[in-house]
Design a protein around this ligand. Structure first.
Ligand SMILES: Cc1ncc(COP(=O)(O)O)c(C=O)c1O
Length: 461
């Protein structure tokens, strides 16, 4: 099918064909698109909804990709960008500063917990993670512990795709094709409580970090990098006391705790920062995505005074940076975005409504394929199973049939954008814009119930 449209010069174009021929979509099986299998083309957004090139409306149950937290169509953010562009289009923050970067760094420092006062801007999440891993190594080196170069992350966690960040990412299929990666990445179990044997101590997975540090040798470990709620695998929440135990372990062995909040910051869990939800104090936070509600790319690494201190004295510096980091237009948008968060109390809105969201998802447990419902705030997942009683999962072939062969298409067809994923066991993930409430939850329910019921029947045959 072709999608004829007029481009900005008024010439009629076929976006479908041009997309198939020229656009290299990320993480996409480009060969799967053809004359009869359209590439979804999203043309505009408004609030919790987006529209495709046929004018069909979809509930954006994923906020783009966990990032349009303030919702679509906020002209105020576009206006902030335009005003800034007219005043100062660009200047670099290498040896210079400009007002918006200074104001935004100050604002972020005022919101970040404890002594997280030093903001190092990046262009996105992977760069923020890359920066944090390099800073951790460099911090130890500056203090005379240059051997501390390894980092510990969790199995199935996603921390980005650049070779350094990828060494922290714990998804085998994403890693193995690009090896050798940057050296130093070690992995420990995640907090998939649904699949833990019942006799496990609640914080055994935190203790596993200590065991790994001892195995590697504490003098070789620079940092532990963890998400407050792990995305890949399907919204793994930490058990009570997990992060407190991790903090103790990090302090004991002089290892930095990096909280990767590329998804979990900016209201996703009902707080500006995810670590606030679980009451722990990291040494570094990595952030991106909803810092600007994704109206423009921007990321940030937020470091504690302790970690930044060695780089602030005499002739020393952190020899690392990106041309576009702290871009004035992105910084202006981020400031306007945070203003919306404060004015509309989006974090409070999430805390007040997350119970209803969760209840709606829990109400689907009577469908045989629904194994687990988990998450926090507006970041929730349903794990799909073959057998609710035994928790038996689907094999690779069945997962393929279930997720890509049926669910992704069926949910989209019915006007719901969410994520059907199998980087661990098969899950469907939801991360709606923070402006959503009961009306959207009901809409999500009305799509999920028939689709999951059909999936359940299909997988039994
Ligand atoms: C926890 C986490 N860290 C890092 C990244 C990488 O961010 P980006 O895609 O902006 O490079 C992601 C992306 O989803 C993420 O979820």
């Amino acid at each position: 099918m072709s999608t004829a449209t007029s481009n900005q010069t008024g010439i009629e174009t076929d976006l479908q064909e041009q997309a198939r021929r020229h656009l290299w979509m990320h993480f996409s099986r480009m060969g799967g698109y053809s004359e009869t299998s359209e590439i979804p083309i999203i043309t505009r957004g408004e609030g919790a909804y987006v529209y495709d090139d046929h004018g069909k409306r979809y509930l954006d149950g994923l906020s783009g990709l966990f990032c349009v937290n303030a919702g679509h169509g906020r002209t105020e953010l576009a206006e902030a960008a335009a005003r800034q562009g007219a005043e100062l289009d660009f200047f670099v923050i290498w040896s210079y500063a400009h007002p918006r970067a200074i104001e935004l760094a100050t604002k972020i420092a005022s919101l970040a917990p404890g002594d997280l006062n030093r903001v190092f801007f990046t262009s996105g999440g992977g760069e923020a993670v890359e920066s944090a891993l390099k800073l951790a190594r460099n911090y130890h080196r500056m203090r005379g512990n240059g051997q501390k170069a390894k980092h510990i992350a969790r199995e199935v966690a996603y921390h980005g795709t650049t070779l350094g960040a990828l060494s922290a990412t714990g998804v085998t299929d994403l890693r193995s094709q690009f090896e050798p990666l940057a050296p130093g990445g070690c992995h420990v179990p995640n907090t998939n409580i649904y699949r833990w044997p019942e006799d496990r101590e609640p914080v055994w997975a935190a203790d596993a970090i200590e065991e790994r540090i001892l195995f590697e040798g504490p003098e070789t470990v620079s940092a532990v990098i963890l998400e407050p709620v792990q995305n890949a695998g399907g919204c793994f929440v930490p058990p009570d006391g997990y992060f407190q135990r991790v903090r103790e372990i990090c302090d004991k062995y002089d290892v930095l705790l990096i909280s990767d909040e590329v998804i979990c910051a900016w209201g996703r869990l009902g707080h500006f920062f995810g670590c606030e939800r679980f009451d722990y104090q990291p040494d570094i936070i990595t952030s991106a995505k909803a810092l600007t509600s994704a109206y423009i790319p921007m990321g940030a690494m937020i470091a504690s005074d302790k970690v930044a201190e060695p780089f602030m004295e005499g002739t020393s510096s952190f020899a690392h940076g990106f041309t576009f980091a702290g871009h004035p237009i992105a910084a202006a948008v981020a400031l306007a975005n945070i203003e919306i968060f404060e004015r509309e109390d989006l974090c409070g809105h999430v805390r007040a409504n997350e119970g209803g969201f969760r209840e709606m998802l829990e109400s689907l447990r009577d469908i045989p394929i629904v194994g687990d419902v988990r998450g926090a705030g507006y970041f929730q997942a349903i794990e799909l199973v073959k057998d609710q009683g035994t928790k038996q999962s689907f094999n690779d072939e069945e997962s393929e049939k279930l997720l890509r062969g049926f669910l992704s298409g069926a949910l989209y067809e019915r006007g719901l954008i969410c994520r059907a994923d199998d980087r661990g066991d098969p899950v469907i993930q939801f991360s709606p814009p923070l402006i959503c409430g009961p009306e959207q939850f009901e809409e999500i329910h009305d799509v999920l119930r028939p689709v999951l019921t059909e999936a359940s029947q299909m997988m039994r045959n």
